[in-house]
Design a protein around this ligand. Structure first.
Ligand code: KG4
Ligand code: ZN
Length: 368
């Protein structure tokens, strides 16, 4: 008979699905997760000239630094390979060349040490990431907003995810990145747009609020991106104009996300009628946006939900969330075969994706 999984478990997590090579060592014990060491090597400089992530450049950059990133994370943690109980790596969705680099590294370490390999869905890493900072009980309503994804998920437990709605075209982070590119604000776009918006008037331009007039939880951001382009082409882009465009763009995103989240909260509350408390989580790179966080915090207060978000450093891609998901999988006996293949697409809720594939969530994003 298989032994019951025991705590603590120490897991190395590797993330290479987009433009960050990240590794972390995490110990999970009965009091929760503890990140012992973590290193993130960003490739922003390599992609800046192109205004977006170039898959081939990303894959090479991951291959160049993956081993030293892992070594540095182990060193920071003060942990040797012998002390690691399992090796986790993002196995999709993402840019396939990069995903393969991280997976091969984790598989090689697993093979060499005779320890388990755990393939982790990148989106599961984001979905569980708030629990790195504080205990958040299941179930919770998750708004996952990143460069490749924008979706509402009801998180019922490890591996139990139900998609309630998603973007039907661009991911919200993609809209931020393209807006920044149109306005010449640099890459990555989200933080640049957020900074520029601080000096602008959010009511200056009436950008569209796509799909707000329709029932349901699906979203669309492609039209907003085009509206920004049209506005930018119609006027001189002074510092004031840039700030007004950014602030008005963010206000449109905020209005859409707040209204759709209000509806998602109603759906979630109905599905968890037996729960005495309702929890809302925002995760993914766009979850670092302070304006959105504060609008959604207010909405939570209005709707009787508690608000949870990972600390800023764990909103964007990182190894800690992969190590955490890997550790939870390990203690639940969910290790992977070494033959596991990298998946460029890998929906969290495979059943919903199969029955309604049109709503894939950020289909055109770097990580779609
Ligand atoms: O989660 P993440 O690191 O990678 C994906 O899984 O896609 O998210 C990256 C995305 C990028 O589109 C980036 O522009 C956006 O998150 N982002 C932000 C902010 N920080 C990062 N968007 C808005 N405001 C921010 N402060
Ligand atoms: Zn991500």
């Amino acid at each position: 008979m298989e032994q019951a999984p025991t705590l603590p478990k120490t897991v190395l997590g590797i993330e290479t699905s987009c433009d960050e090579t990240a590794a972390a060592v995490l110990r999970l014990d009965s009091s929760g997760p503890d990140v012992l060491g973590e290193v993130i090597a960003s490739q922003f400089d390599a992609h800046r000239a192109y205004g977006g992530v170039v898959p081939e450049i990303a894959a090479r950059a991951h291959a160049d630094v993956c081993d030293e990133t892992v070594r540095a994370a182990l060193k920071e943690a003060g942990v040797t390979l012998d002390e690691i109980d399992g090796f986790a790596a993002t196995s999709g969705p993402g840019l396939i060349g990069g995903v393969m680099v991280g997976m091969m590294t984790a598989k090689a370490l697993a093979l060499a040490t005779g320890k388990p390999f755990i393939g982790v869905n990148h989106l599961e890493g984001h979905a569980l990431s708030p629990r790195l900072g504080e205990p958040v009980d299941f179930p919770y309503l998750l708004l996952l907003v990143s460069g490749g994804h924008c979706q509402f998920i009801r998180v019922e437990g490890l591996g139990r995810y139900h998609r309630l709605g998603s973007t039907i075209d661009d991911a919200v982070g993609e809209a931020f990145d393209k807006t920044a590119k149109t306005l010449g604000l640099g890459f990555p776009g989200g933080p640049a747009v957020e900074k520029c918006a601080l000096n602008g008037d959010p009511t200056a331009i009436a950008f569209p609020r796509p799909l707000l007039d329709r029932p349901g939880l699906d979203m669309s951001f492609a039209g907003l991106k085009t509206a920004v382009l049209r506005e930018a082409q119609s006027r001189e882009l002074t510092a004031d104009a840039l700030a007004d465009i950014c602030a008005s763009f963010q206000a449109a995103i905020r209005d859409v996300l707040v209204e759709k989240t209000r509806r998602a909260m109603q759906a979630h509350a109905q599905a968890s009628a037996e729960e005495t408390e309702h929890r809302f989580v925002i995760a993914g790179g766009v979850g670092a946006n302070q304006m959105l966080r504060s609008a959604l915090t207010d909405l939570c207060a209005e709707q009787g939900f508690s608000f949870h978000a990972p600390p800023l450093k764990w909103c964007t891609d990182n190894g800690a969330m992969i190590a955490y998901a890997g550790a939870l999988r390990l203690i639940n006996g969910l290790k992977s075969e070494l033959s596991l293949a990298a998946r460029p697409r890998w929906p969290l809720d495979e059943a919903a994706a199969a029955s309604a594939p049109v709503f894939g969530g950020g289909k055109r994003g770097a990580k779609a």
